[in-house]
Design a protein around this ligand. Structure first.
Ligand code: PMP
Length: 405
């Protein structure tokens, strides 16, 4: 049977994720993997979750824990998030929060909410692969968001015709994949541009809590509230997640934004999956209430050592002509190779001869460019593996450069 002629046009751009394929390699014991940007399971607060789940299943709460619940999300969890948002300079109420099944679901819903086929989403070059994957189903066009240039609203609008620009998607702190952070002036410029174009801003804050050094910057939504006085007057939709701080397997994230948008998203959630797992939300609420700050302090202390080790190993082992980012947080370092080297060829060789995995960068570019870039994650490897893996990669790149001479 030819299923392709039955599938909807939206499936045409849904491709198997290179990252998912690569994650399968993590199971092979001799591979040093800098590929998946996932938390170190040794840092999961497993004992706290054991307590939280057994408490949720106690006689008083088990009926609620195992029952259907409201689409907006578990009230005490939304209250905790309201407090967290307040501490970030985002005063809001429960009505401004929707719990999602991970922030990945938030991206899917926001694409579904705003994109008609042919509309334009502004994204950075490169951008988070999972965001492109989520938006692709809604058949958008992409244009390059580059707040550093003076490209103006009219120019973006013209390029979007006959559709229109609907939103700018941005990962402002320690972005996946580059590890870079958007400075305060650029955040303000983004708000100006979005106001001028009358579009939404999707602020992906998946790594926001994982800052290792440098001063914290107010989120875009906080800056917009400071200007406009009230979250309900704002165009920024903040996507948060417990995946990088507590545990990705529980699939709990949230969207914080204007209540008018949240109400519409609640209807979307009802239609899609009714609500996120009740018991998982209860467990996350319990663990967040009792130990969020101390746990985040603990994981930051572990990850900063790995970041520093990887930066030191790169300085030691990378040949001239290779450059990389120096992230202040998160999980990623982004490498740029001399333009004639292809990182996908390098990966094939690396897996064959060096047994080191990373993600070729072009997958993160909406236009498929960036063939000489790659993403390294330092979150899961121990320090000895970081030294060894980067040394092997440096040798391989040096050999590739020598071949090209
Ligand atoms: N945004 C970014 C930038 C990410 O890197 C990820 C996960 N890799 C997500 C969103 C989705 O995370 P989750 O659904 O687990 O919250």
């Amino acid at each position: 049977m030819d299923w392709q002629q039955i599938f909807a046009t939206r499936t045409a751009r849904m491709k198997a994720s290179e990252i998912r394929e690569l994650l399968k390699l993590l199971d092979q014991p001799d591979i040093i993997s800098f590929a998946g940007g996932i938390p170190d399971p040794a840092l999961f607060p497993a004992a706290a979750f054991q307590d939280a789940f057994s408490q949720a299943l106690s006689a008083e709460t088990q009926d609620a824990a195992l029952q259907y619940s409201v689409s907006e999300g578990y009230g005490p969890l939304r209250d905790w998030i309201v407090g967290e948002m307040g501490a970030l300079g985002i005063p809001c109420s429960r009505d401004n929060i929707l719990i999602t099944s991970g922030s990945q679901q938030a991206l899917d819903y926001l694409g579904k909410l705003m994109l008609s086929p042919g509309d334009t989403a502004l994204v950075s070059w490169p951008t988070y692969l999972g965001a492109l994957g989520a938006f692709n189903a809604y058949e958008p066009r992409y244009d390059r968001l580059d707040p550093q240039t003076n490209r103006g609203a009219d120019d973006y609008a013209r390029a979007a015709q006959p559709g229109r620009v609907k939103f700018a998607y941005m990962s402002v702190d320690f972005a996946n994949p580059t590890g870079e952070t958007l400075d305060a002036a650029m955040r303000d410029r983004m708000i100006d541009l979005a106001d001028e174009m009358d579009i939404a801003i999707i602020e992906d804050a998946a790594y926001q809590s994982l800052r290792y050094d440098g001063a914290a910057l107010a989120p875009v939504l906080a800056r917009e509230i400071a200007r406009k006085g009230d979250i309900d007057a704002c165009r920024t939709l903040y996507c948060g997640s417990f995946s990088k701080t507590l545990a990705p397997g529980l699939r709990v994230g949230w969207i914080c934004g204007a209540s008018e948008v949240i109400s519409q998203l609640v209807l979307m959630k009802q239609a899609a999956d009714l609500h996120s797992s009740t018991i998982n939300q209860m467990a996350i609420a319990q663990v967040a209430q009792t130990m969020f700050d101390s746990h985040v302090t603990r994981i930051r202390a572990a990850y900063v050592v790995r970041r520093d080790r990887m930066l030191a190993a790169l300085s030691q082992h990378m040949p001239d002509g290779v450059s990389w980012t120096r992230p202040e947080g998160g999980m990623f370092i982004w490498l740029t190779l001399p333009s004639h080297l292809r990182s996908d060829d390098l990966l094939a060789q690396s897996l064959r001869s060096e047994r080191v995995a990373f993600v070729p960068g072009h997958a993160f570019f909406a236009d498929g460019s960036g063939t000489n870039t790659l993403r390294l994650s330092f979150s899961r490897a121990d320090e000895a593996s970081i030294d060894e893996g980067i040394a092997r990669l440096g040798r391989l790149i040096a050999a590739g450069l020598a071949d090209g001479d």
